[in-house]
Ligand binder design. Structure first.
Ligand SMILES: Cc1ncc(COP(=O)(O)O)c(C=O)c1O
Length: 365
C-alpha cells in the first residue's frame, strides 16, 4: 500500500482522513517534528530562502552548510565531512570516486541499492558481491586479489532485516589482509551506540572505516547525506565527488534542521533512551500476547506473516501505518511487517498497536 500523508506530527499522521500512529518511520528519534528543529529550519528559511539555487561551487554553500560540515566531522571523529542532497548520492559518490583499474569492490549482497548503483558507476573497477556477512568468502576473495586495492562496502545496519555488520570480525580481517572500508551509517546514526554515534561507538572501534557514509534523512529527521573521512584517506580518491559538484546542494533549511538535530542528540543519551524504551515495550507487549517479533540490537524489527499485505491493510483500518518487506529469513524469502520504534511512541500507542496485532494472529507466522 502506498500511503499519502495529509499531515504528520511526529509519530501521528492523517491518511485518507483517518488519524493513524506510525510504526514504519525512519525518523526514529522524532526529530523531524522537534520544536527546536522546526525553529532552526524556519530561521534558515527566513535567512536563506528554501532553496540554495546552485551547486556548492556557485551559490550552494552557506554559513549553515559550513557549520554542519564541521559538526558532522566532529560527531564522526573525522577530519572532514562533505554534504550531499541525499544519502543515495553520497553512496554513489564514494564508490565512483574510488574507481580505478586497480580497484576491486567487495559488496555485501544485501547492501542498499544506492551502493549497488554506486559500484555500477565504477566502470574501471571489478565488483565482487559476497554472501551476506560471509566473511570467509570475503577473505578468500581478498586473498585472490592481493595485488589490487580491495574496497569492502556494507551497511552498519542492513535496511530490510536490521542485521548489524560484524565490525569486530571485519576489523580483525582488515588487520590481517588490508582493505579500505566504507560503512553506510544510514540506520546506525542516532540508533546504535550509547550516544547514537553509530556502529563504531557500538563496537568501541572508533576510526575503523576509511569512509563513513551517512544520511541526514533518518534519525536526524532532516534531508541530505554526507561522507566523513580523514585527510589521509584523500589519497584513495581518483576523482572528487560528482554528485557534490554537479547537483544543487541541500537547502539551508535541511542543513539547519540537521545541525540542530545533532546538537540535540549530543545533549546526552536521553533521546536514545526513549527510543530504546519504545523498542523494548513493543517487543514485550507483543510477546505478552503470544506474538514474537524478530529483533536484534538495531531498531529494525520484523514480524513474519502469512499474508503481510492483508495484515497491513487491516492495521491501517485500525489506525496504524506499517510497511511490508520481503526479508531473507534463514535462506527463505518471507513476507514480513518491518516495524520501527520511535522515541515519540507513548505507552498507550504501543499497547494499542499490540492489541490490534493480537486480533490478526491468523495472518502472523
Ligand atoms: C542503508 C541505506 N543507505 C542509504 C540510503 C539512502 O539514504 P537517503 O534516503 O538519504 O537517500 C538508505 C535509505 O533508505 C539506506 O537504507
Amino acid at each position: 500500500m502506498h500511503f499519502i500523508l495529509e499531515d504528520r506530527r511526529g509519530c501521528k499522521a492523517r491518511v485518507a482522513g483517518r488519524e493513524v500512529t506510525i510504526f514504519s518511520s525512519n525518523d526514529y528519534l522524532g526529530l523531524s517534528a522537534h520544536p527546536e528543529v522546526i525553529a532552526a529550519a524556519s530561521e534558515a528559511a527566513r535567512s536563506f530562502g528554501v532553496g540554495t539555487g546552485g551547486a556548492p561551487g556557485t551559490t550552494g554553500t552557506t554559513a549553515v552548510h559550513e557549520k554542519l560540515k564541521n559538526q558532522i566531522a566532529r560527531f564522526e571523529s573525522r577530519d572532514r565531512a562533505v554534504l550531499f542532497p541525499s544519502g543515495y548520492q553520497a553512496n554513489q559518490a564514494i564508490h565512483h570516486a574510488l574507481d580505478s583499474e586497480q580497484t576491486v569492490f567487495f559488496v555485501d549482497r544485501r547492501h542498499h541499492p544506492s551502493a549497488m548503483d554506486g559500484v555500477r558507476l565504477a566502470r574501471k573497477s571489478r565488483i565482487v558481491r559476497f554472501d551476506h556477512a560471509h566473511l570467509e568468502e570475503l577473505e578468500k576473495g581478498i586473498g585472490d586479489n592481493k595485488d589490487h586495492t580491495c574496497v569492502v562496502s556494507l551497511p552498519s545496519v542492513f535496511t530490510v532485516d536490521g542485521d548489524i555488520a560484524p565490525l569486530d570480525r571485519l576489523i580483525s580481517l582488515k588487520k590481517k589482509t588490508g582493505f579500505i572500508l566504507i560503512l553506510d551509517e544510514a540506520h546506525a546514526t542516532g540508533c546504535l551506540g550509547k550516544n547514537g554515534r553509530g556502529i563504531e561507538e557500538h563496537f568501541n572501534l572508533k576510526g575503523a572505516a576509511e569512509f563513513l557514509m551517512g544520511t541526514l534523512s533518518k534519525a536526524l529527521g532532516s534531508q541530505g547525506g554526507f561522507l566523513a573521512y580523514d585527510e589521509l584517506n584523500l589519497q584513495y580518491l581518483t576523482s572528487f565527488f560528482r554528485p557534490y559538484e554537479y547537483s544543487t546542494s541541500l537547502s539551508a533549511v535541511s542543513a539547519a534542521a540537521a545541525l540542530k538535530a545533532i546538537e540535540l542528540l549530543d545533549n546526552g543519551p536521553g533521546l536514545m533512551e526513549l527510543l530504546r524504551r519504545a523498542k523494548a515495550a513493543i517487543i514485550e507487549k507483543c510477546k505478552k500476547r503470544g506474538i514474537d517479533i524478530i529483533h536484534g540490537e538495531s531498531m529494525v524489527m520484523l514480524l513474519p506473516c502469512s499474508d503481510s499485505e492483508r495484515l497491513q491493510a487491516n492495521l491501517f483500518e485500525d489506525g496504524f501505518l506499517t510497511i511490508t518487506v520481503q526479508a531473507n529469513l534463514g535462506g527463505q524469502m518471507q513476507g514480513c511487517l518491518r516495524i520501527t520504534p520511535m522515541a515519540l511512541h507513548s505507552a498507550e500507542d504501543i499497547e494499542a498497536f499490540a492489541r490490534a496485532l493480537e486480533n490478526y494472529k491468523e495472518l502472523i507466522c
